[in-house]
Design a protein. Structure first.
Length: 312
């Protein structure tokens, strides 16, 4: 895939950042403040208070809020009377407070919300694993509320961090490995039709990037922008990934270009992509490492042909 289809912006002095991810996917960052950033030491000189609302306790003790949408609905987590932590959705006037529940385990954590009041986060399942979830409240197009398990990228753990107004969800998930390595997850995008997709698959093989966690996604008109953090040549960096939209069969609206066999990045898979791959393969260029094994060999050729014949 050509670099022109992907825009990656590095955060200023992000190389000074230190980050960690706990087993439930909560990132901790402590970047140094860039020299050009103005630090506001006296908040009252720059902002004035409009309102302060007491959200009050629910059945439990804690009632932290994590996010609020443009309509005023709040998402967060509270302690139930049974001592479990559950994600909640609360209306602006406090008259509606919904216990989102869990995926079968002992807890759920609400992280983000869109203007359709869809909530994403992560929850324990009955088997003890932790998966990303998306909650959709009842409405005209959804007679009953729906709590979805978004799955993983092959491992046992995933967590959602952001959702746009179209329902596209981003976060991080572990890959298939014997130890379910939560310290090295990959950023994902979840689409209703296409499922959970590894955002690293849109990168050229020689990009030196590993996208670790996607934190936020905008509404994309026409292109979508995903922001998060990852590793560039092994060093911690923030990223901004702009995805060129295209229509996928059966998909409702634009989805990102996630077609590795489209080597010319023109939105089509045809003979030009085959010739381009063969050229790079014969020249032993890094982007011909199609299976990302670190070697350019016959396995890359067979993997490309399989993807090429499958189309997009």
């Amino acid at each position: 895939m050509d670099q022109a289809d992907i825009s990656i912006a590095l955060a200023a002095r992000r190389q000074d950042a230190r980050f960690a991810i706990d087993p439930c996917g909560s990132p901790a960052t402590q970047p140094e403040v860039p020299d050009h950033v103005l630090q506001l030491n006296n908040l009252a000189d720059h902002f004035r208070l409009i309102s302060l609302s007491d959200l009050g306790p629910a059945a439990g003790i804690r009632f932290p809020s994590r996010a609020v949408n443009d309509v005023g609905y709040v998402v967060g987590t509270f302690d139930t009377e049974a001592g479990e932590a559950h994600a909640y959705l609360r209306s602006p006037d406090g008259q509606i407070s919904i216990d989102i529940g869990t995926l079968g385990g002992a807890f759920s954590i609400g992280v983000a919300i869109n203007d359709a009041n869809q909530v994403v986060g992560y929850s324990q399942r009955a088997d003890g694993s932790v998966h990303a979830f998306r909650y959709t409240p009842a409405g005209p197009d959804n007679p009953a509320p729906r709590l979805e398990d978004l799955g993983t990228l092959g491992g046992q753990t995933s967590w959602a961090s952001g959702i746009n107004n179209g329902g596209l969800t981003v976060g991080a998930a572990t890959l298939a490995s014997p130890f379910d390595d939560v310290a090295h997850p990959h950023a994902f995008l979840f689409h209703d039709t296409l499922g959970m997709m590894d955002l690293n698959n849109v990168l050229p093989p020689d990009s030196s990037w590993t996208l670790v966690q996607a934190m936020d996604i905008d509404d994309g008109n026409p292109a979508m922008t995903v922001r998060g953090f990852g590793l560039f040549a092994g060093a911690a960096r923030g990223f901004e990934l702009t995805l060129q939209p295209m229509n996928a069969p059966g998909a409702d609206g634009p989805v990102p270009t996630l077609c590795p066999s489209d080597f010319t990045s023109d939105g089509f898979v045809n003979s030009q992509d085959l010739f381009e791959f063969l050229s790079r393969f014969l020249e032993q260029r890094p982007s011909a490492d199609f299976d990302r094994s670190g070697f350019i060999d016959s396995q890359d050729f067979f993997a490309f042909i399989q993807a090429y014949l499958a189309g997009c």
